[in-house]
Write a protein that binds this ligand. Structure first.
Ligand code: PGA
Length: 257
């Protein structure tokens, strides 16, 4: 399975000038990258999606949104639908990021509704799951992951499951510089795989990519992605520095046969 790296730029790049500088730097650094075998995705704020798509389409970099609303159109002031994102030429969307669960009260039911909307419009959803520090200390990691995955997948048919990507993002590892051990990550990967096998059978489950997110950089990527054989990474802070982001890509490339 092709490895994937997703850059989550979050609520950054505040001016058009800043956006343009970022894109120029990204393109320049990308040219220096030796032969690339990793799928690269950038998820900028919605206001920059069109420009990112325009600039990056020739570079084989896909663009994704950081969120969508579950309805397609209508009187939902301030919201952006999956179809709108798809019509801009985007390929991916991040769903249920822990910051959305925390600050915008996104429940597993909302994640499920958004996941259905994404699949309906043929956007590939990157569904984030992960336990908080308190849940981890209480020994509830597996329990939390199981309910997030199970409830997120309600009524998702086998015909669509290969399009879904799961990102295991322990909340306590996001932006903290603290990372889980290889075994911690492997355990969660197995937990997710087990649910997928039970629900969809092993050959469908095999096609679902499971990636890791939380303090990924060029120094941690070996431990959090290569060692536990994850299918890729979701990168926050380091994606704001193109040279650092592409350093991670280079490391992944070097480990692909
Ligand atoms: P981080 O963020 O890489 O800055 O820890 C990851 C994320 O929030 O997806």
């Amino acid at each position: 399975m092709q490895k994937i790296i997703v850059g989550n730029l979050k609520m950054n790049l505040l001016t058009l000038a800043e956006r343009d500088r970022y894109l120029e730097s990204f393109e320049r650094e990308l040219k220096n990258l030796p032969e690339n075998k990793v799928e690269i995705v950038l998820c900028p704020p919605a206001v920059h999606l069109e420009k990112f798509g325009e600039k990056l389409k020739t570079q084989e970099v896909a663009v994704g949104a950081q969120n969508i609303f579950w309805e397609e159109r209508g009187s939902f002031t301030g919201e952006i639908s999956s179809l709108m994102i798809k019509n801009l030429g985007c390929k991916y969307v991040i769903i249920g990021h822990s910051e959305r669960r925390k600050y915008f009260q996104e429940t597993n039911e909302i994640v499920n509704a958004k996941l259905k909307a994404a699949l309906q419009t043929k956007l590939m959803p990157i569904v984030c799951v992960g336990e908080s520090q308190e849940e981890r200390i209480a020994g509830d990691t597996a329990k939390v992951i199981i309910s997030q995955v199970n409830q997120g997948l309600v009524d998702i048919p086998i015909s669509k499951i290969a399009e879904v990507i799961f990102a295991y993002e322990p909340v306590w590892a996001i932006g903290s510089g603290v990372i889980p051990t290889e075994d911690d990550i492997l355990e969660v990967k197995i937990t997710i795989k087990k649910i997928l096998v039970e629900k969809y059978g092993s050959s469908a489950a095999e096609k679902v990519r499971i990636i890791y997110g939380g303090s990924v950089n060029s120094k941690t990527v070996a431990q959090v992605c290569l060692a536990p054989q994850m299918d890729g990474v979701l990168v926050g802070r380091e994606s704001l520095i193109p040279s650092e982001f592409l350093k991670i890509v280079e490391i992944l490339n070097n480990h692909i046969a």
